[in-house]
Write a protein that binds this ligand. Structure first.
Ligand code: UTP
Length: 289
């Protein structure tokens, strides 16, 4: 089993990041010097993915433009002899074969993934949420693919979250298979503390078997009136093997203001052009608190 395709749902309305997301997709917000979406695409590519489908929505054409050439800009840079900048501008277009499809109604993550059925066909595929950046030594998608291939199963990326936080995530019922890998027997979306199966929460990365599409085809709206991917995965894990990988890496939800700022600061601290400056700036700020 080889995983060669990835789907990046990026059609959400981004209401937690208003007002900027009224006109700028949250996936295109700058993470220091490049948009959030570029990190997600780069993770997929680093995991060996060749074909990527981005699920978009009205008003998000700027995502397509970003992963295309920009001849006018490149000509100008060429005339100015700025070869390093030309390379930077070119890079996103050459990362992978990137396809786009629109989710015509924003009916939920499960509905967004269903739009990928023709692109995916009958193969296992990776899913990377368009607003979740995960920094890891081994790309998390690669960690998941390894487990999915080993167990011939779907795989979900999980980490433990606190009791106070579990109601914001999907909780999974797990039993251990090996270090950091569990078998999944059940899950639920946004549980109360009483309803949770465990504190292991699904965090933005999946490798799924194509059978999920048959389930999504008839999936009824769930939590929040949305067609939830978790509800379809609950059915899937009852029908066939699924594993959870307690992945190594730091995950940032850039779809909310604090997560976005945490990611920005951490990235800027590690960036060669801004790191030293930001450290000095923050030290000075903190000394005056
Ligand atoms: P989120 O719940 O984080 O995205 O969905 P959202 O709906 O944009 O967020 P808020 O709550 O309004 O701020 C997780 C992922 O699923 C995508 C989002 O773009 C995000 O990457 N999504 C969500 C879709 O593609 N379509 C949908 O109908 C819903």
């Amino acid at each position: 089993m080889k995983v060669k395709k990835a789907v990046i749902p990026a059609a959400g309305l981004g209401t937690r990041m208003l007002p900027v997301t009224k006109t700028v997709p949250k996936e295109m917000l700058p993470m220091v010097d490049r948009p959030v979406l570029q990190y997600i695409v780069q993770e997929a590519v680093a995991a060996g993915i060749e074909d990527i489908l981005i699920i978009t929505n009205r008003g998000k054409d700027v995502m397509e433009d970003y992963f295309d050439y920009a001849p006018e800009l490149e000509d100008k840079l060429m005339q100015a002899g700025k070869d390093d900048l030309i390379e930077l501008v070119h890079k996103p277009a050459n990362l992978a074969n990137i396809f786009f499809v629109r989710q015509k109604q924003t009916l939920g993550l499960g509905h967004a993934i269903y739009q990928a059925r023709r692109f995916v066909g009958n193969e296992p595929f990776a899913v990377l949420l368009g607003d979740d950046i995960i920094r890891a030594k081994t790309p998390v998608t690669k960690q998941l693919i390894a487990a999915a291939e080993k167990y011939h199963a779907s795989a979900v990326g999980v980490q433990q979250v606190s009791d106070e936080a579990i109601h914001r995530y999907s909780s999974v019922a797990v039993s251990p298979l090996e270090e950091r890998v569990f078998s999944v027997s059940d899950m639920n979306e946004k549980p109360t503390i009483e309803e949770k199966f465990s504190n292991y929460a699904i965090l933005g990365r999946y490798v799924l078997m194509p059978e999920v599409f048959e389930i999504l085809a008839n999936q009824k709206p769930g939590y929040g009136g949305e067609i939830q991917l978790t509800d379809a995965l609950e059915t899937l894990c009852h029908r066939e093997d699924m594993v959870a990988v307690d992945f190594e890496g730091r995950r940032y939800d850039t779809g909310n203001l604090c997560g976005f700022l945490e990611a920005t600061l951490d990235m800027a601290l590690d960036h060669p052009e801004t790191g030293a400056w930001l450290k000095a700036y923050m030290k000075d700020k903190v000394s005056k608190f």
